[in-house]
Design a protein around this ligand. Structure first.
Ligand SMILES: Cc1cc2nc3c(=O)[nH]c(=O)nc-3n(C[C@H](O)[C@H](O)[C@H](O)COP(=O)(O)O)c2cc1C
Length: 202
């Protein structure tokens, strides 16, 4: 196995990712948990947008969204995704590729309840990724949903979490003269016994 230490120390890639995210949290001006999420449409055309990774568990990277959004529909048709964190303040990135499943209803409910009321109402009012006639129409939808749902709205059935179960996680840190450090954790299946770890050329 490739020799590792310092910021790459440890064998559990989820623990390393949580550690790097915590370090980014102390340095980045905003949204250290923002990551680019790539999906593909049914024609194989790639798509990418930023989401907030709300949790890194011992087996998954978790984000929340509208299941009927473009990404939600793409993931329903092809439950595979790639994720890329880039922290300029640390000169590091993490790349993830894996399989995607929906977060449980219980855990999506639990996260939804932690959100500010305005965000909970907004999740009901926005048919994310669909055309919108005007901002005023959206604000009318928000007012309508607020009046209909009151002060403690339940989670919309079309909104919740996705879990990215990695087959591959790469940790990258900038080096002098572009001699960057890269280590990749790879496994053939998400229930495989362990990871193969390799150092990659920059
Ligand atoms: C910093 C940042 C964080 C974002 N976080 C989320 C998020 O957690 N969930 C989400 O659905 N959209 C999030 N968005 C909006 C998405 O980038 C995107 O516009 C939206 O999800 C619609 O994407 P889609 O049409 O591909 O489904 C975020 C955007 C930015 C810039």
């Amino acid at each position: 196995m490739a020799r590792r230490g310092g910021i790459f120390a440890g064998d559990d890639p989820f623990a390393i990712a949580r550690r790097w995210l915590a370090e980014a949290g102390a340095r980045e001006p905003s949204d250290p948990n923002a990551a680019a999420l790539a999906t593909v449409d049914p024609q194989g055309m790639p798509d990418v947008r930023i989401v907030l990774i709300k949790e890194i568990t011992d087996d998954a990277f978790v984000f929340f969204t509208n299941y009927e959004s473009r990404k939600g529909r793409e993931l329903a048709a092809c439950p595979r995704a790639a994720l890329n964190f880039h922290w300029k303040s640390l000169a590091r990135q993490i790349r993830v590729r894996g399989l995607v499943e929906r977060e449980s209803a219980e855990r999506s409910d639990a996260y939804y309840r932690t959100r500010p009321l305005g965000s909970r109402i907004g999740a009901w009012a926005s048919r994310q990724s669909r055309p919108l006639g005007s901002k005023a129409a959206l604000l009318r939808a928000v007012a309508r949903e607020r009046a209909r749902l009151g002060g403690d709205p339940p989670r919309p059935p079309f909104w919740g979490g996705f879990r990215i179960l990695p087959l591959e996680i790469e940790f990258w840190a900038a080096g002098r003269f572009r001699l960057h450090d890269r280590f990749r954790w790879q496994r053939p299946a998400v229930d495989a016994a362990g990871w193969e770890i390799s150092r990659l050329q920059p």
